[in-house]
Design a protein around this ligand. Structure first.
Ligand code: SF4
Length: 189
């Protein structure tokens, strides 16, 4: 007998199907979907979160898989690895100019166009619902949310040592761009 359909089951199936469509179209420009996801992550993450460990935590994959993808992206000149000034054994990652250029052809554009076709009200409701669902799933797995900096409990809007914002956890000045970025240490306020 077929399983009883419920709104939750229907929505879960829709999300799964949309994810599969995105996954299929993300084999573009010779990159794997996960490699596109790394490029997107580095484009959005703040300077404290551009490390191999943070990328691994964000993706929830094994260290080896992420390391292989980072090597591929570096070999293609799409990202740079530099010695971390605060930890000589660590590496800081950043997008190269070529990587930024490639992101303009991000295959996610097809999904973005479909979402742009929705009303603003629907977009806001969809974003809120998906964010809540994602938070619940990440929470259940004990994983970091990687939320935006300006929503963090350690974020200070205006501070004497800020730029103009300030992080009271890392004790670093934050710019307006930093406030919009995502962070491995973000803790929702
Ligand atoms: S305020 Fe929070 S999100 Fe922003 S840099 Fe500090 S820890 Fe990260």
């Amino acid at each position: 007998m077929a399983m009883k359909s419920t709104p939750a089951r229907h929505i879960a199936a829709l999300i799964e199907r949309i994810g599969r469509l995105s996954h299929t179209s993300s084999h573009a420009d010779g990159l794997l979907p996960v490699q596109w996801e790394i490029l997107r992550y580095l484009d959005r993450a703040n300077r404290f979160s551009c490390t191999p460990a943070a990328v691994t935590a964000y993706l929830g994959l094994t260290k080896g898989t992420v390391s292989q993808s980072l090597n591929t992206l570096e070999a293609r000149g799409l990202l740079r690895k530099q010695v971390d000034p605060k930890d000589r054994r660590g590496r800081r990652l950043s997008l190269s100019a070529k990587g930024r250029l490639l992101l303009r052809r991000d295959p996610l554009a097809e999904s973005i166009a479909a979402i742009d076709g929705l009303t603003k009200k629907s977009q806001t409701a969809l974003a809120d619902s998906l964010q809540a669902m994602l938070s619940a799933r990440l929470d259940a797995q004990g994983r970091q949310p990687f939320g935006q900096c300006h929503t963090c409990t350690y974020f200070t809007e205006v501070h004497d040592d800020g730029d103009p914002h300030y992080c009271s956890l890392l004790q670093e000045a934050l710019s307006a761009d930093d406030a919009e970025a995502i962070c491995i240490e973000q803790t929702a306020s």
